[in-house]
Design a protein around this ligand. Structure first.
Ligand SMILES: Cc1ncc(COP(=O)(O)O)c(C=O)c1O
Length: 402
């Protein structure tokens, strides 16, 4: 066995600056506190009639209310899932395969997460027609294109709320209105936006909305699908016992769900205090300083309409992967493109769809801020990044990097 001390251990000696909150967030201490008793003594099965079971049921119901409250839903409109991926799959297969449903056309956009694109690819193999709408150079879908794409055989439109790589927000209010006027169901993947910006399904014209706990300081492996009351019954992806009102079988992940509920309650409190504005200020300060000290830096995404925590950018003439590693060695965690699809070796499909030239795509980084970050950290990140860019350019253009 190789002794662990033979591996480089910079992270053990440096205090890390974590700027990858769109990949995942640390568990909030209050969330952990809420979950631990469920593992220790609150182990009951919510379907059991005895007191342990009844206690677990109460906790499950409380959590459902907390999740619902964050997005303005009714608690019966929340179905717990194993995460955002399952929620997206449930929305797509659930609508497409609903009992008696005969329509075969689905509209989406090119920059969806793979949790949407891959089930749609599967469904294409079953004879459904999937239309992937293009986006502009900011990553926005034109709502009029959505209108023009709808046909009498369209059963579902699924357009994300926020993009995980560049943070661009879609005009889901206008898109949803157009879609629902035609009596078509509208799903939005809001995994990246829930908890980062206010969302209220009472006024938002969506029928289905996906959430994930680990993007908002909750545990991994828990999520939910909001299903608006009154829409036709969906096909159940997971059949078993009658849990989740027969919409999703399987003994509930009570501790995870309780953690999710607590995370939603905390997110609602932060949003009420206007802390999204603080994150935005910190993100803009970071970008301002990058621009001021690193020549050849380019912003990706919609400059005016994106998640308050997200900064997608590129650095001319340097490889993003090289930057990521250099930053990691110096104690700063960032990502190139989406963590979920990195490792494929392919240039980011999101940036490609936004017509970003391939050299710039290869130079791209995503810095996604969270509640634990401080303005001082942003200044340290800029220093480290400037040095990494200089060194990267020096390798490519020896003697010329400024
Ligand atoms: C937009 C979006 N949708 C869905 C997912 C998948 O969520 P989960 O990791 O909970 O399965 C992610 C995760 O990165 C995401 O960013």
């Amino acid at each position: 066995m190789v002794p662990w001390t033979t591996f480089p251990q910079p992270a053990l000696t440096l205090q890390k600056i974590y700027l990858d909150h769109n990949a995942t967030t640390p568990l909030a201490p209050e969330v952990l506190e809420a979950m631990l008793p469920l593992y220790r003594e609150g182990f009951g099965n919510p379907s059991s009639v005895h007191s342990e079971g009844r206690r677990a049921r109460v906790r499950l119901d409380e959590a459902r209310e907390q999740v619902a409250a964050l997005i303005g839903a009714e608690s019966r409109e929340i179905v717990f899932t194993s995460g955002g991926t399952e929620a997206d799959n449930f929305a797509i297969f659930g609508v497409a395969f609903a009992p008696g449903q005969k329509k075969r056309h689905i509209v989406t956009c090119e920059i969806e997460h793979s949790a949407v694109l891959n089930p749609l690819k599967q469904i294409e193999g079953l004879g459904y027609r999937v239309e992937r709408l293009p986006v502009d150079h900011c990553g926005c879908v034109d709502p009029e294109r959505v209108r023009n794409a709808l046909t009498d055989s369209t059963v579902l439109v699924t357009i994300q709320h926020a993009n995980s790589e560049v943070g661009t927000l879609q005009d889901i209010e206008r898109i949803g209105k157009i879609v629902r006027e035609r009596g078509i169901l509208f799903h939005t993947d809001a995994v990246q936006s829930v908890g980062k910006i206010p969302i209220d399904v009472k006024s938002l014209p969506v029928d289905l909305l996906s959430l994930s706990a680990h993007k908002l300081y909750g545990p991994k492996g828990v999520g939910a699908l909001f299903i608006r009351r009154g829409i036709r019954p969906l096909f159940s992806l997971i059949c078993g016992g009658g849990q989740e009102k027969k919409r999703r079988g399987g003994t509930e992940n009570v501790a995870g769900v309780v953690g999710f509920g607590k995370a939603c309650q905390l997110a609602a409190e932060r949003l009420d205090r206007g802390e999204a504005e603080c994150l935005k200020e910190m993100r803009d300060r970071l970008w301002g300083r990058i621009q001021g000290s690193i020549p050849g830096a380019e912003l990706f995404g919609d400059p005016n309409n994106r998640l308050p925590n997200t900064l997608g950018c590129g650095f001319e003439g340097v490889d993003g992967e090289t930057l990521l590693i250099a930053l990691d060695m110096e104690g700063v965690s960032v990502s190139t493109g989406s963590a979920c699809s990195s490792g494929t070796g392919l240039p980011s499909p999101v940036l490609a769809a936004m017509q970003v030239p391939v050299d710039w795509i290869n130079s791209s980084l995503r810095l996604s801020l969270g509640w634990g970050n401080t303005p001082d950290e942003m200044d340290r990140v800029v220093e480290t990044l400037a040095q990494a860019v200089r060194q990267g350019r020096e390798k490519v253009f020896p003697g010329q990097a400024g």
